[in-house]
Design a protein around this ligand. Structure first.
Ligand code: NAD
Length: 427
């Protein structure tokens, strides 16, 4: 599979996501008057592990892949965060994503810190056997720094239940050979996964959109939605926002973008994607560019693919009233300023996509207690948590006249700093 198939975007890959994360932290530090030493603690991950992963490929050759695990901060609880398979994974990307996980868990007020992992690979070009051998080798390589009470990984871009099951199995066999489902979340239901986990990120995002629309007095039934990236987060976000009455009018995946201003049914599009492998050629829809997709006149824009999609180059052209970030880091700090000036409400990633990690937390709790909750129970608890997180952030945004990202950061950094101060430094 060529790299080109991942390149359907105006993504500015020269923008370093870790620089963005540091800029966001510095801006927050200024606003809250953060002590310089504490700022330094938060500016660098506690540990970043790079691993070299030799894998026997199907043709008999050995290929060496590079993987990472970044553990940003664990003042409030074990490191928590996904594992990503993508050709563009880099050490700075996982460092940034691990920092964002620290803030996300703090905004959601769940007792975790932030971590993230990734392997530089083209998952679409690996067979099932190669993916399993690569995943198990990665699990082996990071086994000494993860664990049910130290660092609990989860799925991210191009990983899912299968990979989580192999990691759980490898870890369990290495560490005493008894089943330890609580070492990882996002597992299939048969081995301790939680009902509702698959839809959780989209469900959480839809809850934040519902709350934002209510504050802005937007009627969901008159609203239109554009979704960039029709994967796990994008599909369920689209479906659950559609269930609130909104109409999806444009959508993309790594192969292309389609638009129909009369509406695109999420269920029919999912079937089309299952049958053809892409959203491209969806009946009745026109084919458009990624720039046209992002700049489409709509009520709600949901970036659900990769980082750096909304930059200072295109932020001024965005017509949505609400941007709900399903993906991590889709908006650069320069773009944030333009969107704020243009009175576009950005529900930042660390709030909008916190539903995933919140239900991961519920999965971990169920595993630790050997309990099984009903889907209704999971969804109700998620709604309560995310509604509260949204209200906490919106209050800070309203009182301090700062954008929602700064408001989320103020909330998150204050919570993490409080934990660091109470625990103190050792030795
Ligand atoms: P996924 O692999 O299920 O889906 C990614 C989608 O993006 C695919 O449909 C792919 O075709 C599409 N895509 C890739 N490159 C693209 C491009 N250049 N333009 C348009 N589409 C493109 O991954 P996911 O789990 O849905 O994750 C998407 C984003 O959401 C990531 O930033 C991830 O970190 C974030 N996120 C996911 C979860 C979760 O629970 N799945 C939770 C929090 C955050």
């Amino acid at each position: 599979m060529s790299k080109a198939s991942f390149d359907n975007s105006s993504a500015n890959n020269t923008i370093n996501p870790f620089e963005n994360a540091l800029t966001q932290l510095s801006e927050t530090a200024k606003i809250i008057g953060l002590d310089n030493g504490l700022h330094q603690i938060l500016a660098s991950p506690k540990r970043v592990l790079t691993v070299s992963l030799p894998v026997r490929m199907d043709n008999g050759e050995i290929k060496v892949f590079i993987g990472f695990r970044s553990q940003h901060n664990d003042a409030r609880g074990p490191f928590k965060g996904g594992i990503r398979y993508h050709p563009q994974v880099s050490i700075d990307e996982v460092k940034a994503l691990s920092m964002w996980m620290t803030w996300k868990c703090a905004v959601a007020n769940i007792p975790y810190g932030g971590g993230k992992g990734g392997i530089i690979c083209d998952p679409k070009n690996l067979s099932a056997g190669e993916t399993e051998r690569l995943t198990r080798r990665y699990a082996f390589a990071i086994a000494d720094i993860i664990g049910p009470h130290t660092d609990i990984p989860a799925p991210d871009v191009y990983t899912g239940g299968k990979e989580m099951a192999w990691i759980m199995d490898t870890y369990s066999m290495m560490k005493g050979n008894y089943v330890q489902p609580e070492v990882i979340t996002g597992k299939p239901i048969a081995i301790g996964g939680s009902l509702g986990r698959n839809e959780a990120t989209g469900r959480g995002l839809a809850i934040t959109v519902r709350e934002a629309a209510a504050r802005l007095k937007i009627n969901m039934k008159d609203s239109t939605v554009v979704v960039q990236g029709f994967g796990n987060a994008g599909q369920f976000s689209a479906q659950l926002v559609e269930e609130q009455g909104a109409t999806m009018i444009a959508v993309s995946d790594s192969k292309g973008c389609v638009r129909n201003r009369n509406g695109i049914s999420v269920v029919k599009l999912r079937k089309h994607k299952e049958e053809t492998g892409s959203v491209v050629n969806y009946p009745g829809a026109e084919s458009i560019s990624n720039d046209e997709l992002l700049e489409t006149d709509c009520t709600i824009l949901i970036p659900a693919a990769l980082e750096n999609q909304i930059t200072k180059q295109n932020a001024g052209k965005i017509k949505a009233k609400i941007i709900a970030e399903a993906s991590n880091g889709p908006t650069t700090p320069d773009a944030d300023k333009i969107l704020f000036q243009n009175q576009i409400l950005v529900i930042p990633d660390i709030l909008a996509n916190g539903g995933g990690v919140t239900v991961s937390y519920f999965e971990w709790l169920q595993n630790l207690r050997r309990e099984y909750w009903t889907e209704q129970e999971v969804n109700n608890r998620l709604d309560t948590n995310i509604t509260k997180a949204f209200a906490d952030v919106y209050d800070i945004h309203d009182k301090n006249k700062v954008d929602m990202r700064k408001a989320s950061m103020i909330l998150a950094v204050n919570r993490v700093v409080e934990a660091i101060k109470i625990r103190g430094l050792w030795p």
